[in-house]
Design a protein around this ligand. Structure first.
Ligand code: ASP
Length: 306
């Protein structure tokens, strides 16, 4: 009898960041609700891209995460947001960096993917496009106390304080991956960045191959953690290559994360889903709020994945 190929089960995975702080119950609840919405979207015939976008939108809108409404501020007091989205069938991708004043950076990324010839648009030009696309606005509030001004910049930028502050406050970025019945994959992520960042800083999240990657012949990956280290290690594409070589998600994630820590003392967490539906959630940080669901039983959301 010929060996039959397993039919992929639709599946969604989500994260609300990796860091040193235990996720709150309301964050966990919000992740669960987003998972349910994402899975329903797949079940009703929407694409994995739609499912990933809708899950991330839900978290951006909640204000409970460092993305969309709840984004951190850069040292000049402004929120500048990054996001990207990718689909695995055609390797199409869209991304936005340094977006100001819009609620759903992930929708801006999707529109850049769908409606332009480009992958990444940054800064005020990204704002202009978001306005052109009629995306929902975020009430733009400049922080009354910019962290950086002439008087305090020296203290604020002290490397020891930065490191400590990051340890206390990592990260609450959001991301998602999804697979439909046909085995098509998508991945996305959205963030307000990290604690203590210079104006104009861009992390891994909008960089395809660093923060996000999806390829139907390999898998889908969404990263979170210290963007500078994730970029330098080219994490998402690295893991996709390992999946393409036949590694299991668990082995690929462990290998890439171990290298990140040992080579450059990086910190990260990941969602990694392969083309057969096997997946892993791994992190080098003490906590990572994340979950998964394939429509059976209840969605699973946890704060650690040892
Ligand atoms: N990776 C994001 C960044 O560096 C932050 C995070 O994942 O929490 O911008």
């Amino acid at each position: 009898m010929p060996k039959s190929t397993p039919i992929p089960t639709p599946r969604v995975l989500i994260h609300g960041g990796a860091g040193s702080r235990q996720p709150t119950p309301s964050q966990s609840m919000c992740l669960t609700e987003a998972l349910i919405g994402g899975y329903e979207s797949l079940k009703t015939g929407h694409s994995p891209l739609d499912a990933a976008e809708s899950m991330i939108c839900y978290l951006e809108k909640s204000g409970l995460f460092n993305a969309g409404r709840g984004s951190l501020r850069q040292l000049d007091g402004f929120q500048r947001m990054d996001a990207s989205i990718m689909e695995g069938q055609s390797l199409s991708a869209g991304a936005v960096a340094g977006l100001e004043g819009y609620l759903h950076p992930i929708c801006a990324a999707r529109r850049i993917m769908a409606d332009t010839d480009h992958v990444l648009i940054v800064g005020r030009h990204a704002n202009r496009l978001a306005r052109h696309f009629g995306l929902a606005r975020l009430v733009h509030r400049k922080s009354s106390t910019p962290l950086m001004n002439k008087r305090n910049s020296r203290n604020t930028l002290n490397p020891k304080s930065q490191a400590l502050y990051r340890q206390l406050g990592l990260y609450d970025t959001v991301g998602a991956v999804a697979m439909d019945r046909a085995g098509h994959l998508a991945a996305g992520a959205s963030t307000g960045g990290v604690a203590v960042m210079l104006p104009g800083r861009v992390g891994d999240t909008p960089l395809i191959g660093a923060g996000v990657y999806a390829d139907d012949t390999a898998g889908a990956i969404s990263m979170t953690g210290l963007g500078e280290s994730i970029i330098r290690a080219g994490m998402a594409k690295h893991m996709a290559i390992l999946l393409g070589l036949g590694w299991t998600p668990l082995k690929a994630a462990n290998y890439a994360l171990k290298a990140l820590v040992s080579r450059i003392q990086g910190e990260a967490g990941c969602l990694i889903l392969d083309r057969t539906g096997r997946f892993a959630i791994r992190h080098t940080t003490p906590w990572m709020s994340a979950g998964y669901w394939n429509g059976c039983g209840k969605p699973v959301v946890k704060s650690r994945f040892p």
